[in-house]
Each structure stands twice: as C-alpha cells, then as structure tokens.
Design a protein around this ligand. Structure first.
Ligand SMILES: Cc1cc2nc3c(=O)[nH]c(=O)nc-3n(C[C@H](O)[C@H](O)[C@H](O)COP(=O)(O)O)c2cc1C
Length: 185
C-alpha cells in the first residue's frame, strides 16, 4: 500500500461538545486509506501579534510546521455572526506568515461548514473561500458542503448516528481524497 496523504483538519470551535469537532472526528474515521486525517484544535494557539514576527512563539512555529509537513488542509468550521469564528481567523493569520511564506501555500484545501440551524454555516464557508486564495493551495470546488441541523446528529458518546449526514460526509471525504491525490501528483 502507498503512504497515505496527511491532512491537517483545522477545527474552528473550542467548545468541549463542539459539533464541529465531532464532524471532524467522524470524517477522520471514515476517510479512505489514501488519507490520514490529523484533527487539530486551536486551544493552544496564541494570538497573532505582528510585533512577535521576528521571534515567533513556539506554538506558532509548531502549528506552521504541522501545516508544512502536511499534504492537504481541511477546514471544518461553524459560523459565528455570519462569518468564521475568531479562533479560526487567528489560525489563518498565524499560518499565513511570514509574508510570502504561508504554510498553507500549495496545500489542496477543503472547506466543511456546519450549523445546528438551517443554513449550514454557508456564510462561514463563503468567507473562507474569499480569504484563502492568496495564501493557500487550490480549494476543492465540488462537492460543496454546508451541513444543516447537526444538533441531533450525534449520540452521547459523540458518535455520528444521523444516516443522511454519514452518507454526505463519506461522499465528501472520498471526493476530497481524489482531489488531494490529483493535486499531489
Ligand atoms: C458568537 C456566536 C455567533 C453565532 N452565529 C451564528 C451564525 O451566524 N449562524 C449560525 O448558523 N449559527 C450561529 N451560532 C450558533 C452556532 O452555530 C452554534 O453555537 C454551534 O453549536 C457552534 O459550533 P460548535 O458546536 O462546533 O461549537 C453562533 C454562536 C455563537 C456562540
């Protein structure tokens, strides 16, 4: 078997019982053998501060290194106030620097938004599509995925039990695997 492509999965919520985190974990479980999903939360990433660019904190360097060593990046995010959560924007700012040396550069990129509400976090996904192109690799365009009504999708152990959502996520992660394969050729 060939070595799987490493994917950094960036989780846009810090909440302990986060649906976003549960979705990221579900994707990691159902990914095909060609992908290895490494779910990364942002609890330990300090605020970006341009004054520190000459002597970056260890947590920034560790985060950037994770990205640099990966073959792809997958953003899994909720929507906060019709955009992405601040912690996720901070991670993008940290990863995008130093200027011209973004650690996201060239990495095939996927975007998965979700909400317990009816709009699936589509605005968060669209905002990511706006801000990433200058600092990332190619963003997968199809299939689009905005997961609605995720509030009743998990059991009390955090396992994904909603069948239509299982099917949607599986289709997405398989398509992403094919996209990553193609981009890494
Ligand atoms: C500050 C804040 C703003 C929010 N804004 C939105 C929003 O614009 N659209 C939406 O669908 N849900 C919004 N929500 C509800 C979140 O979708 C919900 O809290 C969700 O569970 C957060 O994701 P998580 O479960 O991964 O933590 C907001 C929640 C918070 C705390």
């Amino acid at each position: 078997m060939t070595t799987p492509h490493n994917v950094v999965v960036i989780v846009g919520s810090l909440r302990k019982e986060s649906f976003t985190l549960k979705i990221a974990n579900a994707l990691a479980k159902m990914a095909p053998d060609t992908l290895k999903l490494n779910v990364v939360t942002l609890h330990d990433l300090s605020f970006f501060n341009q004054d520190l660019e000459a002597t970056p904190p260890a947590d920034w360097l560790a985060f950037r290194e994770k990205l640099q060593k990966s073959n792809a990046v997958l953003f899994v995010t909720p929507e906060y106030n019709r955009s992405i959560p601040g912690v996720l924007k901070n991670a993008i700012d940290v990863g995008s620097r130093p200027y011209g040396k973004s650690s996201f550069n060239g990495k095939p990129t996927g975007i998965v938004s979700n909400s317990p509400g009816p709009l699936g976090g589509v605005n968060a996904a669209k905002h990511l599509q706006n801000i990433l192109p200058g600092i990332s690799g190619q963003i997968m365009q199809q299939p689009e995925i905005y997961l609605t009504s995720v509030g009743d999708a998990f059991d009390d152990k955090g396992a994904l039990v909603k069948e239509p959502l299982q099917k949607t996520l599986k289709q997405y992660v398989d398509a992403f695997a094919a996209f990553v394969e193609k981009q890494n050729k």
